[in-house]
Design a protein around this ligand. Structure first.
Ligand code: CA
Length: 726
């Protein structure tokens, strides 16, 4: 009798223990993400006009983060940081990707692990409902990232009403932004939706929970609301009739729809008796886009896209009844990257050691077991705008190519009104050095930015149409209408013996303006090498004499450009031993990984058009080179005339022409430096220009029988850029 009683106790204990174990080691995870919602636009952050009673349940029954941050101030990169628990700049997701289902680079690197992939090791079922934005090429889509279920759309935004979804799929989106009109996908299949999109997503979220409640699951409920276009049903508008401003009312109505959906999700957890066992996070992917969607970031300065607090501090809360006490207000900075770290910490899911998380498990902090700040420092970078930002304790640093240096003390200046950088240069510099050290760990974006659309038929036309011509505007030119010396604002000179064992000694004397031309004069003249030293191995010093002189002029340190149309009208002299060139080098990095573009080189009877970047062996280039014998131009006096060399360079390709004849097209998806070398793709950075006349050397041939002086003449250099780039 006694023995039997004892065994019942054991069984009951095991049963209770199992429940506790399951709740605390493999809880369900629901991540509710909204899009462009303002910091102040939730009840738990004090919204007066927008009611969010259901979203507030998460905060009131759990923890509200007053200093919750995302890793970027717009959608795509922020989501890449959120889903990987890592600063997205580490793997090149440093901008919104181009929407191009044919682009195999434009997505979240397959080498990285998303929450779904981390949890797959713990046998979670994962679903994403809503906006994806992590790549449209099939290899990047949710079902290839361990999401067992996908219901939503691939691009960065979408129409909300079913009658507006008129484009079959992303391959049929023929103009920019028509990807907002595509049919909704259920896994890889297009479906006909019937409801307002936010309601449609809420329905599917409830169904996903119901279908998966028997095992641990991860639901990523990524509402595109309240991102533009501002569209809401009459029912949701009526419930916000107290808001007079129509734009704000529509925005509020979109949030009401989300809040209803969150309520249905939480009620479903209650109904299935799994609420205790489920961690629910709520946050927005970036600050409110106040000027676009009438959102409100409250006291925070700036908005979506900005590195003031209004761009990156978001409404953020978590609930986990089994573990986290109710009604916590947590004030230390936390990050969207902490969500993956938290669930990985709780489940002990393995993390790839070569890709350590930047997020931290928040549970010990929320339980009061760890009283230190989870993130003493948080960092941000906008690669395209040249902005770096950091929060170190209460100090906030922003270094912007556009607006300069900023330093704020958020403890006393939440609104970032009082810039302390001028009065505290030492403090600023110290913090900025720390920020730069972090930036060195990042790589350049690995894909083209969101603009233009390569599905459009214009792309493959060999010659730009008139319409395309009109999109360029002249941004810089030198017509060489000077007298004598070149304009020092634009041009500097290389000097001495420089490279390739060339015979000429470069000196500024040999470059001058005459009759509206830049003349680079190759001379045969004998001088003593001022650096001559017979014991030296370096060829620059072991040569006793100088036999030839010439010039090399460059915009290095003065002017550089990223993308555009470059035209150089020039006349070369095709004599033996001469090696004239029009070429560009990347601003950052070492040769060849910094990138070299040879719009024109001539030597040994050949015209060349090339690009070079880094190979796997250090200091070795990979060449994409074209050599064309001068004889192919069918004119024995070809080099007695001026020709126009042109480069058309954008995010996807570099095209090199002479007189409108395409000589070489370099596909920039192929110009990738070896792993770990910065920049990863040299041709996505600014380059400066070099015009020079080399003589002899490794390629130039033998000038012994050539008459001198021999001139290389340049009529003009003109640089155009697309209006949309400026
Ligand atoms: Ca967004």
């Amino acid at each position: 009798m006694c023995k039997k009683y004892f065994s019942w106790i054991v069984i009951i204990c095991i049963s209770v223990f199992c429940q506790i174990t399951n709740a605390t080691t493999r809880p369900n995870l629901i991540l509710v993400l909204t899009d462009d919602q303002g910091y102040a636009d939730v009840g738990f952050n004090g919204s007066n006009d927008i009611k969010t009673p259901n979203i507030d349940r998460i905060a009131l029954e759990g923890a509200r983060f007053t200093n919750g941050y995302v890793t970027y101030a717009v959608c795509g990169p922020s989501r890449a940081g959120l889903l990987t628990g890592r600063y997205q700049g580490r793997f090149g997701f440093g901008r919104n990707p181009v929407v191009d289902p044919n682009d195999q680079n434009a997505g979240l690197a397959l080498s990285e692990k998303m929450i779904s992939e981390v949890l797959a090791a713990k046998e979670y079922k994962s679903g994403i409902i809503g906006k994806w934005h992590m790549g449209t090429h099939p290899s990047f889509r949710p079902n290839n990232r361990d999401f067992d279920y996908f219901y939503g759309f691939l691009s960065g935004g979408h129409q909300y009403f079913p009658e507006l979804l008129t484009v079959k799929d992303i391959y049929h989106a023929k103009k920019d932004w028509s990807w907002y009109d595509t049919k909704i996908l259920e896994n890889n299949r297009q479906v006909e939706t019937k409801k307002y999109l936010t309601d449609e997503f809420s329905d599917k979220a409830v169904a996903f929970i119901e279908n998966n409640s028997h095992q641990p699951f991860f639901l990523y409920l990524a509402y595109n609301a309240p991102h533009t276009p501002l569209q809401a049903t009459d029912e949701y508008l009526d419930r916000n009739s107290h808001i007079k401003n129509k734009k704000r009312r529509t925005y509020a109505a979109m949030i009401t729809a989300v809040d209803d959906g969150v309520g249905r999700v939480l009620d479903t957890l209650n109904k299935l008796n799994i609420a205790d066992n489920t961690i629910v996070f709520f946050l927005s992917d970036n600050g409110g886009a106040e000027s676009q969607n009438a959102s409100d970031n409250g006291p925070l300065r700036g908005q979506k896209g900005s590195y003031f607090e209004g761009g990156v501090r978001v409404p953020f809360a978590v609930r986990w009844p089994a573990k986290i006490p109710a009604d916590i207000t947590y004030n230390y900075p936390v990050s969207s990257m902490d969500i993956l770290a938290t669930i990985a910490g709780v489940t002990e899911a393995p993390i790839d050691k070569s890709r350590p998380l930047d997020g931290v498990n928040l549970i010990p902090y929320l339980l009061g077991e760890n009283l230190t700040p989870p993130h003493p420092v948080l960092y941000w970078r906008n690669f395209d705008q040249g902005t770096l930002a950091m929060r170190n304790g209460n100090m906030k640093v922003i270094d912007s190519a556009k607006s300069g240096q900023h330093l704020y003390n958020l403890r006393i200046d939440l609104e970032e009104k009082s810039n302390l950088s001028q009065d505290n240069p030492n403090a600023y510099n110290l913090l900025f050095q720390q920020l730069q050290t972090w930036e060195k760990q990042l790589i350049d974006p690995v894909f083209r930015p969101l603009q233009g659309f390569s599905n459009s038929p214009e792309k493959h036309q060999p010659k730009p149409s008139k319409q395309q011509e009109n999109i360029y505007q002249l941004v810089w030119q030198d017509e060489f209408d000077c007298v004598g010396r070149l304009n020092e604002k634009y041009w500097g000179y290389e000097s001495g013996f420089v490279r390739n064992q060339e015979l000429q000694w470069y000196q500024s004397d040999n470059a001058f303006c005459r009759d509206g031309l830049l003349i680079i004069e190759g001379r045969r003249e004998s001088k003593r090498n001022p650096y001559f030293n017979p014991t030296e191995d370096d060829w620059r010093k072991s040569r006793k004499s100088i036999d030839y002189t010439s010039a090399s002029v460059t915009t290095k340190g003065k002017l550089s450009w990223l993308y555009g149309r470059f035209e150089v009208r020039a006349k070369i002299s095709a004599k033996a031993g001469l090696w004239p060139a029009i070429w560009f080098l990347g601003e950052l990095g070492k040769w060849p990984s910094k990138g070299e573009i040879d719009l024109m080189e001539y030597y040994r009877g050949m015209i060349l058009a090339n690009a070079a970047w880094g190979a796997s062996q250090p200091a070795k280039p990979v060449w994409d080179a074209v050599k064309i014998p001068l004889s192919e131009f069918n004119n024995p006096n070809w080099d007695k005339r001026f020709h126009i060399w042109r480069m058309d360079w954008d995010e996807s390709s570099i095209k090199l022409y002479v007189d409108d004849k395409l000589l070489n097209e370099i596909d920039l998806t192929t110009t990738i430096n070896p792993d770990g070398v910065n920049p990863r793709n040299p041709f996505l950075q600014p380059h400066y220009l070099i015009l020079n006349l080399a003589i002899g050397g490794s390629q130039g041939g033998d000038p012994a029988n050539t008459s001198f002086p021999s001139n290389y003449e340049i009529d003009y250099v003109r640089v155009y850029q697309k209006k949309s780039n400026r």
